[in-house]
Design a protein around this ligand. Structure first.
Ligand SMILES: [Zn+2]
Length: 492
């Protein structure tokens, strides 16, 4: 590297050059996804720990690690779900695996070891990111450090662990991968779908240096912040001639920095042993019998062919399973179908699909982004009923697009029904010819210059006049009618 000294001999110039350098960043993820099952992985305790507040309700001697107790046979539904996930991630499925004991000491793990399988699937990929391994394992309990209390209701529930290759090169790439992975996982309908249950460990190294692992990053936003901080920390170490060391760090969400937890355990530290209580698991037959669910790609094709919606809208919808679900529920909604008042049925469905897809992909997402929330955020008060109500108003031309946008902005925070607001505030589209003609005459009289400009060939003057008419009707004028009347009056 050329380190140039400034004329004053100050090395700062060189350091600045260093700061602008593009580092080779490698990021890998280990994602833990809770799998929905009735019973735990090795006992028959219920698994709804996230719905109950009282601690230590769903427990038995197996999932609290009582000495001498034997596990039940592995939960076959949980196993199928993880094999399905591995197949969706294009993994090669292993034919025979053992369950191992991974030893570590922490109060959330009463037996002193976590049961985790050998890889169910290996060498997969999701787009350009390699998937190294997919495992099935037990979730530990929860230990509350502040109160020194432990809750074993979660202990022994089913987790899928997905280990990616370090193929991502920036926090944004890692976030996009995680987003895509979580979306794909939702298509199985076999995961626990409540906020904050996803847990990821992130590893990051720069310039081929030591791999630093950040534990328990619990949200996509948290992951981006943790990675940005950690990359900067490692760059700063490099710039003073030092190196990051191989270690495990935790992300402190409040202070937005990573702090050392312990030097990284190697596989030796965990003393992996095959669990002598659990027979080997054969996966070939299970894997062959699995029927894969619809994926985002196959759903996109179906949405386009079934509803004739735009390619780019279909793409946005399927990347966000909740939005695609809402879209399909709305266009097949009984109330909407009953309300169809014009044209033939098939064309009406296409028209509704066009309105729904464009409004969800543009206006709804714009409002969510503006508030920096996702669809399933509790601050979002929109639901199927509200959107269907709004889209029917637009479909029937009872309100203008302008009014629709204003209403959407209100109901996303309030959860009111759009048709109630329209009635209460008298927001129906103004399409009465006499009323519109009066307003238009008034606007033309007051804007003679724009009228002359238009007649002299300045076509953009027309937009100005339409804008004035819209202002005078508070955005309620029927746009099509306004343009028709204007055309006649201006002699086209
Ligand atoms: Zn149990």
């Amino acid at each position: 590297m050329n380190q140039t000294l400034s004329p004053s001999g100050n090395i700062e110039t060189g350091t600045k050059k260093e700061e602008g350098k593009i580092y080779d960043v490698k990021i890998g993820l280990e994602i833990h996804i809770p799998i929905k099952t009735k019973e735990k992985l090795f006992c028959d305790c219920p698994t709804n720990y996230y719905e109950i507040s009282e601690p230590n309700v769903n427990i038995c001697p197996v999932c609290t690690g009582m000495p001498g107790i034997k596990p039940y046979p592995i939960n076959s539904e949980g196993l199928k779900s993880v094999v399905m996930l591995a197949k969706l991630l294009n993994c090669k499925i292993n034919e025979k695996i053992f369950v191992k004991r991974k030893h570590y000491n922490y109060p959330d793990l009463p037996s002193g070891y976590q049961r985790t399988s050998e890889p169910i699937g290996v060498d997969g990929n999701l787009n350009n990111v390699g998937i190294w391994e997919v495992h099935i394992e037990e979730d530990p309990g929860k230990y509350d450090l502040n109160y020194r209390r432990v809750d074993y209701s979660r202990s022994g529930t089913v987790l899928a662990e997905i280990v990616s290759a370090p193929d991502m090169h920036s926090p944004e790439e890692a976030r996009n991968f995680l987003k895509e992975l979580i979306n794909l996982v939702k298509y199985t309908n076999r995961t626990v779908d409540v906020g904050g249950v996803m847990r990821a460990d992130v590893n990051v190294s720069i310039e081929g240096g030591a791999r630093v692992e950040i534990k328990n990053v619990n949200s996509q936003k948290g992951m981006v912040k943790a990675l940005k901080y950690e990359i900067l920390r490692q760059k700063n170490l490099k710039s003073v001639g030092s190196e990051a060391k191989m270690e495990t760090r935790g992300y402190d969400e409040n202070q937005m920095l990573t702090v050392p937890l312990r030097t990284k355990e190697t596989a030796d530290d965990y003393r992996y042993l095959p669990d002598p209580d659990i027979p080997p698991i054969y996966l070939k037959e299970i894997s062959e019998k699995i029927v894969l669910p619809e994926t985002p790609q196959s759903r996109k094709k179906r949405l386009i062919s079934k509803y004739s919606i735009r390619d780019d809208y279909a793409d946005i919808l399927v990347r966000n399973k909740e939005l695609a679900d809402i879209f399909e529920e709305i266009v097949s909604h009984d109330k909407f179908i009953a309300s169809l008042s014009f044209g033939d049925f098939k064309n009406s469905v296409f028209k509704m699909a066009e309105i729904s897809s464009s409004w969800i992909c543009r206006e709804v997402l714009r409002q969510l982004n503006y508030r920096d929330i996702e669809w399933n955020d509790e601050k979002n008060k929109l639901n199927k009923k509200i959107l269907a109500d709004l889209f029917v108003l637009l479909l029937d031309n009872q309100i203008t697009e302008n009014t629709g946008k204003k209403i959407l902005e209100m109901v996303i925070d309030s959860g009111e029904l759009p048709s109630d607001i329209v009635e209460k505030e008298n927001l129906m589209t103004e399409s009465n010819d006499d009323v519109l003609k009066n307003i238009i005459n008034d606007v033309l009289a007051k804007n003679q210059k724009a009228v002359d400009d238009y007649k002299n060939g300045n076509k953009s003057s027309l937009n100005f006049l339409v804008g004035q008419i819209m202002r005078n009707t508070k955005g309620k004028a029927d746009n099509k009618k306004v343009r028709e009347i204007l055309d006649r009056k201006l002699g086209n």
